[in-house]
Design a protein. Structure first.
Length: 236
């Protein structure tokens, strides 16, 4: 009996697990205070100030807008401008851009387009003219130029040209005077030049000439014996 009592009194021999030992309170980790850097703070303030100044300049530029005249549908060269061709828009206009102001729209209505006007573009004073592209007594001669005959300089309305007769090799020039060695030529003025035709690259140029020279120039074109030569600008 004494041995049985001794075994019962011994906790290790009972087979019952001992309760876990309760841990004490855990101290929080020490966090060292970050060292302030005056240079970083100054740089941050400078960046904030620069950003604010940039926004102010942008807002000022956006607010400084000008009402100008725009083209709202395509206009061919020589066509008279109407109110239906023009519109108005408020834009931030660069001082270098010469555009017609909105309050000047009436001054351009009724004038002719000196160049081809495209929808969505701003209207410039130099793009319109009060003069007719065809003068009284003139005739219009259409001339087809092959790619190798098209000048590298863009052909613009009003540009002065010479229509030179270049007969085929071995064929005499019936229009040339005996005492002149050079080929015969006719003075003309560009009224309109088309874009190069797809595939062939041919450019059609409408040239205004005098009524007397028109039929002769047309005959040269028909015989493929005409070349177009640009005159030097008058201000040179």
């Amino acid at each position: 009996m004494s041995k049985i009592k001794e075994r019962a009194a011994t906790p290790a021999s009972s087979g019952i697990p001992q309760p876990a030992q309760i841990a004490g309170p855990v101290a929080p980790p020490r966090v060292s205070a970050r060292r302030r850097r005056p240079g970083v703070i100054a740089l941050s303030l400078a960046l904030i100030a620069a950003g604010g100044a940039g926004v102010s300049v942008l807002l000022f530029q956006v607010g400084d807008r000008t009402e100008v005249v725009t083209v709202i549908r395509d206009v061919e060269v020589g066509q008279v401008l109407t109110e239906q061709d023009l519109g108005k828009a408020s834009v931030a206009l660069d001082p270098a851009v010469n555009a017609v102001r909105a309050d000047e729209m009436e001054s351009v209505v009724g004038k002719r387009a000196a160049v081809e006007l495209k929808s969505g573009s701003l209207l410039s004073p130099s793009q319109v003219t009060k003069d007719s592209l065809m003068k009284a007594g003139e005739q219009l001669v259409p001339i087809g130029l092959k790619p190798e005959q098209v000048p590298a300089t863009a052909l613009v309305p009003g540009q002065k040209v010479q229509l030179v007769h270049v007969p085929a090799q071995g064929v005499a020039d019936p229009g040339r005077e005996p005492d002149k060695a050079g080929p015969q030529s006719i003075a003309g003025r560009v009224v309109k030049a088309s874009k190069a035709a797809p595939g062939t690259g041919v450019v059609v140029v409408d040239v205004a000439t005098t009524a007397e020279a028109g039929p002769t120039a047309a005959a040269w074109v028909s015989a493929d014996a005409l070349r177009l030569v640009l005159d030097a600008p008058e201000n040179n």
